[in-house]
Design a protein around this ligand. Sequence first.
Ligand SMILES: [Zn+2]
Length: 119
Amino acid sequence: MDYEVCRYCGQSVMIENDPNDKRSNGEQAVMNCECEEATNYKERLARIRKAKKDIKRIFTDETDKVIEFLSKAVEMCIDSEFESIAAELDWKTKAKISCKSDGNIKIERTDTVKSNAEI
Ligand SMILES: [Zn+2]
């Protein structure tokens, strides 16, 4: 056991000296702090983690790079950097990430099946 200061409220918070924990002491202190800003920070991380899981599930056939890009897009949406972004992943698959008015983030996938002929 050790103590580390929360970077948001300045309180000393107990942290475990776990050598397997790759997070910095400061990060661990925030994760163990109950102040409002630390709570917001934890909620943001949890949303991003959940969004990444959803993206992997929804875009299961896409490459790691695409998953990474879409995950970053969700992160930026959560941080209100933009309202929405749409990407054409290939000729049939479109991805859209948008921030809804209730604050939720919507992750959409559209697959177009087209048949046509030119004579
Ligand atoms: Zn705090």
